[in-house]
Design a protein around this ligand. Structure first.
Ligand code: LMR
Length: 398
């Protein structure tokens, strides 16, 4: 039976990392996968996470099963973090959060929850979106489509076209939105635009599904959940898939959560049983280590303050790199205007290169980006910035 299987091409993002790892060039730069790196090019364990891990080691007395809900303290703390501690829906017990293996796991569970609720539902992605979105939701049994989002001419948002497309949708549709730091384009709606989108969702009755993988990396931990708060005001139902990979730098521990806002406390409780039943058939129950660490951090004022400062440092460094990159590109004599990089936020932006130019960057300079010319700004540093800019200038002029 298995002989019928054919090899599949590498993942468009993880494949870049594999190619980079094999390149012997000492000047190589990996601008592919979205992992934060510090000025020395490392992805260190956050000191707040290390402290909590030490405490967990002392405290933990058993590794017996926790059950489908996982670490309940983590689930409660994440609900507060992503909806806001003063969320009316939280006080009405209309929100249930269940930890998942990473944000990817949350998205896959979200797809299955939607398919269970309505097998004919269609999910709509921004054009463009994270490459894995378009794989996860069909794998979860849903049909999909796209709505206009990024304008490569202005490097901004196609807001009117987006609203027109979303205005055609209704109760059989789910719309996937990026809460902040849009992956791959770095462009987010502003506050009044979020409010308009949320009002439209309330009027048309489509289900908002919000992917929040970068909370803290755009405007700050307390501001980056703006979209979620606004949708929670306007819509009776909402799904959030959140990730702790980036803001706790716990990439390999696979920590994420699915949160569901329902029309009543009873309905939220019912939906949680659906989630448990779906995950039981998949991975049985979620892993405990990462959420147990975050549970400790978010229930300790000093560790929470330390972690908040660490997230602020990562955000500030990325913003500094964006500014530095714009200045160095302009100073290098490149004619094209790259000032948009400073108006965008988070790890990612598009360089606006052709696939040929992306290949040249790779082959001639060992600079690795995703084929769409998405770069991870957080992989740049003072030591590689000039090399990167000279490579960029060369392929733009070549
Ligand atoms: C990315 O877009 O690079 C990250 O979200 C990591 C991944 O798994 O693709």
């Amino acid at each position: 039976m298995l002989e019928h299987l054919q090899a599949v091409p590498p993942d468009p993002i993880l494949g870049v990392l594999a190619a980079y790892n094999q390149d012997p060039n000492p000047n190589k730069i990996d601008l592919g996968v979205g992992v934060y790196k510090d000025e020395e090019g490392r992805t260190p364990i956050l000191p707040s996470v290390l402290s909590a891990e030490r405490e967990l080691l002392e405290r933990q007395t058993s590794k017996s099963y926790l059950g489908p809900t996982g670490v309940t303290g983590f689930n409660e703390a994440i609900s507060r973090l992503i909806f806001g501690a003063d969320s009316p829906a939280l006080n009405e017990s209309r929100i249930r959060t269940v930890q998942t293996p990473g944000g990817t796991g949350a998205l896959r569970v979200a797809a299955e929850v939607i398919r269970t609720a309505n097998p004919d539902a269609r999910v709509w992605f921004s054009d463009p979106t994270w490459a894995n979105h378009t794989a996860i939701f069909p794998a979860g049994g849903l049909q999909s489509g796209t709505y206009p989002y990024f304008d490569p001419d202005s490097n901004g948002l196609r807001f009117d076209a987006m609203m027109e497309a979303l205005g055609q949708l209704g109760p059989n549709d789910a719309v996937l939105l990026h809460a902040c730091c849009h992956n791959p384009c770095g462009v987010s709606p502003d506050e009044s635009q979020w409010r308009e989108i949320a009002e439209l969702a309330g009027q048309r009755g489509f289900l908002p599904v919000i992917d929040m993988a970068y909370q803290g990396f755009e405007r700050g931990l307390d501001d980056d959940n703006l979209a979620i708060r606004v949708f929670a005001e306007q819509c009776p139902e909402l799904i959030v898939a959140s990730s702790c990979s980036k803001n706790f730098a716990m990439y390999r521990d696979r920590v994420g959560a699915i949160s569901v806002l329902a029309s009543s406390a009873q309905k939220a409780a019912d939906i949680e049983t659906v989630i448990h039943s779906l995950t039981r058939k998949n991975y049985s129950m979620p892993p405990a280590h990462g959420p147990a660490v975050i549970d400790i951090i978010l229930h300790d004022d000093a560790l929470t303050a330390q972690w908040r400062a660490e997230v602020g440092d990562m955000r500030d460094r990325i913003n500094g790199l964006r500014a530095g990159l714009v200045a160095r590109i302009a100073a290098s004599g490149v004619e094209r205007d790259f000032s948009f990089l400073e108006r965008q936020a988070g790890m990612f932006s598009f360089l606006g290169l052709t696939v040929d130019q992306v290949q040249k960057l790779r082959e001639q300079f060992s600079i690795y980006t995703v084929n769409s010319a998405r770069i991870n700004i957080a992989s740049l540093n003072q030591a590689n910035l000039d090399y990167f800019v000279s490579g960029l200038k060369s392929v733009l002029e070549g």
